[in-house]
Design a protein around this ligand. Structure first.
Ligand code: NAD
Ligand code: DAU
Length: 357
């Protein structure tokens, strides 16, 4: 089997569901179930004997040693992290703890386990470290997209913590020979994304007739990738990626934030018109900018395309339409994640009054 950390979060759960559908090999899913972890997302596989869920923290070395010894995975796919930039600005401590100390603890547990393996089990073992393009910092509008050779220039506490974890993963390969492969991906969107991130927040607020907060001038650029394409890239990197290498993964699909928000509004107006209230773009509200807000991210995905033959299957238009349709079709999932803790977050981040939430 393989061990997946953070498999109850957005990308991790999509990966687990895709993996079981496409590959079928059993998965040991280790997740601490923070605010971002949600077992409802995994309800279709909770009784599947190929899916073993363990609630646990990657900072807990004893627990990690125990599950590695008991389940003897042939690979680790490491998603578990604190992932939201705005939360890292309000409270960086958890990001240092999980993303840096947690990754360190997991690398150490993996190293001890791998050192016990022999023969082909040892040779074929892989540690796939899932990271982000934010480690490269911010691009000017006329800069070339990030390649794997770009220097690390993380700007937010989140990005700095992920950069540190990438450096640890790299060092564990160079110093100890642990067969680590790292992927650095651009912004994902798709089903099961927690509505604190731009696209799901815009969908659920626009549907409910609430304000659509756009930071600053709305002209920051992100490179958007449908989560299913990311999951397929990770399966390929896990099976064919070379230890010690990093692979950039991205949609080569740059959009400004204001374009994203307007496109979501147009899609909702088409799929779920609200003739009485009018067009959803009336809800767009420019708010104070994110401190240190990176202006532009863009990925050059040539290496993974040429070396491993991956390219995205989804266009932004088809992926976003699927995503909006998914949120419209899953009101219970949306209502359940908008719990008290979610409302507290909206109050902290946007200062929204209760009747706006
Ligand atoms: P997420 O916040 O939706 O999910 C994170 C998961 O990790 C949750 O299920 C949470 O319960 C779990 N977790 C958190 N701390 C833990 C701990 N200490 N021990 C065990 N589990 C813990 O995140 P996501 O958006 O799915 O991102 C997954 C990974 O992909 C992260 O490493 C992130 O940096 C990276 N990434 C995300 C994106 C994106 O656009 N979302 C893009 C590139 C890379
Ligand atoms: O680039 C990969 C990264 O993408 C991942 O590593 C992170 O885990 C993931 O959260 C994402 O980071 P971003 O900060 O780019 O994503 P977010 O959805 O928070 O914001 C996208 C853009 O939209 C960003 O420029 C900030 C802006 N924004 C965001 C929110 C939540 C708004 O304008 N309004 C908002 O309310």
């Amino acid at each position: 089997m393989i061990l997946v950390t953070g498999g109850a979060g957005f990308i991790g759960s999509n990966f687990v569901l895709d993996w079981l559908a496409e590959n079928g090999e059993p998965v040991l899913n280790l997740d601490a179930l923070t605010y971002a972890g949600n077992l409802e997302t995994l309800e279709t596989v909770m009784d599947d004997p190929r899916h073993v869920f363990v609630q646990g923290n990657i900072c807990d070395r004893n627990l990690l040693d125990g599950v590695l010894e008991k389940y003897r995975p042939r690979a680790i796919v490491h998603f578990a992290a604190e992932s939201h930039v705005d939360r890292s600005i309000h409270g960086p401590g958890e990001f240092i703890h999980t993303n840096i100390e947690g990754t360190f603890t997991l690398l150490e547990a993996a190293r001890a386990y791998w050192n016990m393996l022999e023969g082909t089990e040892r040779e074929s073992f892989r540690f796939l470290h899932v990271s982000t393009d934010e480690v490269y910092g911010s691009l000017q509008m006329d800069d070339a997209p990030f390649t794997e050779e770009n220097p690390y220039q993380p700007n937010s506490p989140y990005a700095a913590s992920k950069a540190a974890s990438d450096h640890l993963a790299r060092a564990w390969f160079h110093t100890y020979g642990l067969p680590v492969v790292t992927s650095n991906c651009s912004n994902n969107y798709g089903p099961f994304q927690f509505p604190e991130k731009l696209i799901p927040l815009t969908i659920v607020n626009a549907f409910a007739g609430k304000p659509l907060p756009v930071y600053g001038d709305g002209l920051n650029v992100r490179d958007w990738l449908y989560v299913g394409d990311h999951c397929r890239a990770l399966r390929i990197v896990l099976s064919q990626g070379r230890p010690g290498q990093t692979y950039n993964v991205g949609g080569e699909n740059e959009k400004t934030n204001i374009d994203i928000v307007r496109t979501v509004c147009t899609l909702l107006d088409e799929l779920w018109p609200d003739d009485a209230a009018g067009r959803r773009d009336r809800l767009i509200t420019f708010v104070t900018d994110r401190p240190g807000h990176d202006r532009r991210y863009a990925i050059n995905a040539k290496k993974i395309r040429q070396e491993l033959g991956w390219r995205p299957a989804e266009t932004f238009e088809s992926g976003l339409r699927k995503t909006v349709q998914w949120y419209l079709a899953h009101p219970r999932w949306v209502a359940d994640v908008q719990s008290g803790a979610y409302r507290d977050w909206l109050a902290v981040q946007y200062g929204m009054a209760n009747d706006m939430m």
